[in-house]
Design a protein around this ligand. Structure first.
Ligand SMILES: Cc1cc2nc3c(=O)[nH]c(=O)nc-3n(C[C@H](O)[C@H](O)[C@H](O)COP(=O)(O)OP(=O)(O)OC[C@H]3O[C@@H](n4cnc5c(N)ncnc54)[C@H](O)[C@@H]3O)c2cc1C
Length: 407
């Protein structure tokens, strides 16, 4: 019998297991995939350089626990602020344009914060004006919040904490998370199907047999819990299943291109967006985190639509060819696209509370019989959608499991 079993070896599960180990408790992690890390995943084989298929940015880097972890583990960090909307297409936006965009974005944030403070949990799309920057604001919601502005809750958005420090890792943020998990007790390729907590010992039915534990920490994505893909006996209380259904995962996706020698559009790392006139556009980076690739990033419903049609790469090629000329398409060599919406072990990229439902998130820290605890990015009220939120909720769940074990 195990003291603690952790379901899912992503950032939350790894943080939980490390916290337990510091207190002398060796938790068993059960992971459905053939690798650890979950949505933190650096691949180095496909294009010959490390590419982050999932998370890449240390958001709120100056207070992000993964920053300290990465430094201590010897990872190089790029402590340079990205300017995501610095260029529109190939053109650098003028200082005046930048100033007006930032003022409009700030004003929108204030309108949303005021509505949230007044208890109005409505789509942010209803709160911001249709000014010259509306398309760009809506596109940014898809990248930042993962879903279209019509699905972004004012209360959820206002609760999100951001220190505006966004750093990156040349070796990959996924590699940092995997490094943190390397010495843990993990069983890979072991999907958990049922958690039966009717007795003192929790019975965990997996594809590799039944395992018993005194406490369990469940870190699988909220999307899977909302779909009932992990069954509980007795059933999850309605208040919890409602809460998991209130934080669906949008599915931003990435396409990485190898670019022909000498054909990369800019020197060094540069960010640009396809257009500020249409929400159906990508956010691009040359040499993200210094890797020699061109990255296209899509969010909101556009990303889901393109993934479902198998057209992420085509859309990126067409938009890039519009920006840099039709001959550029031939300079875009091998490409790798992600597919997070249809990934069976995440069904999405990162969570955002539905408008009108943000306050249900408070329930995500509730446990079952003070024996089964939940963690994962969606359970974080202020850093949801990030590896930082995953880390913090993993640590919090581990501390509660420890209290239970030693009570
Ligand atoms: C394209 C993309 C870009 C992103 N960009 C950023 C970014 O720049 N910065 C940032 O901070 N965050 C970013 N994120 C979000 C970040 O990756 C996640 O918030 C974080 O990794 C979630 O960690 P987690 O432990 O909560 O969940 P997960 O990483 O999903 O871990 C849960 C684990 O549970 C496993 N699992 C699922 N079902 C079962 C089962 N039945 N049995 C056993 N195991 C199961 C899964 O395989 C997975 O390994 C991005 C995500 C994506 C996809």
């Amino acid at each position: 019998m195990h003291d603690v079993v952790i379901v899912g070896a992503g950032a939350a599960g790894i943080a939980a297991a490390r916290t337990l180990r510091e207190q002398g408790v060796d938790a068993l992690l059960l992971e459905a995939r053939v690798r650890i890390g979950g949505r933190a995943w650096t691949d180095s084989s496909l294009l010959g350089v490390p590419i982050d298929m999932g998370c890449a940015w240390l958001h709120s880097a100056d207070r992000n626990p993964w920053t300290a972890y990465a430094r201590n583990a010897g990872f190089e960090l790029i402590e340079r602020e990205p300017q995501w909307q610095r260029r529109i297409g190939s053109q650098e936006a003028s200082a005046d344009y930048q100033q007006r965009w930032h003022a409009a974005f700030e004003r929108n944030n204030e309108l949303i914060a005021a509505a949230a403070a007044a208890g109005r949990d409505v789509p942010v799309s209803e709160l911001v004006p249709n000014d010259e920057f509306r398309s760009m604001f809506d596109a940014v919601m898809g990248w930042l919040m993962s879903v279209d502005a019509t699905y972004v809750s004012s209360v959820d958005y206002a609760r999100y904490q951001d220190s505006d420090r966004n750093w990156s890792v040349p070796a990959g943020l996924g590699a940092v998370v995997a490094h943190a998990g390397q010495a843990l007790n993990v069983r890979l390729s072991t999907p958990v199907r049922v958690i039966d907590h009717r007795r003192r010992q929790v019975r965990i039915a997996t594809d590799g047999g039944v395992i018993e534990a005194r406490t369990v920490i469940v870190t699988i994505p909220a999307s899977l819990l909302a779909r009932g893909e992990l069954r509980f006996v007795p059933d999850l209380p309605v208040r919890l299943s409602e809460a998991f259904a209130a934080v669906p995962l949008g599915a931003p996706n990435k396409v990485f291109f190898q670019v022909a020698a000498g054909a990369m559009p800019f020197d060094g790392t540069t960010h640009f967006i396809g257009t500020d006139r249409d929400i159906r556009t990508g956010s691009y980076a040359t040499r993200p985190a210094n890797q020699e690739v061109l990255l296209a990033f899509f969010g909101g419903s556009l990303s889901v639509e393109l993934e479902n049609r198998g057209e992420l790469e085509r859309f990126a090629r067409e938009e890039l060819s519009r920006i840099f000329g039709s001959r550029f398409n031939a300079d875009l060599l091998s490409a790798v696209s992600t597919g997070w919406h249809n990934d069976p072990w995440s069904r999405g990229s990162y969570s955002a509370a539905l408008p009108g439902k943000a306050l249900l998130c408070d329930r995500l820290s509730e446990a079952l019989d003070e024996t089964v605890f939940f963690a994962g990015e969606a359970c974080s009220l202020d850093y949801f959608g990030t590896v930082m939120g995953a880390y913090q909720t993993g640590v919090a769940a581990a501390q509660r499991a420890l209290s239970r074990l030693f009570s």
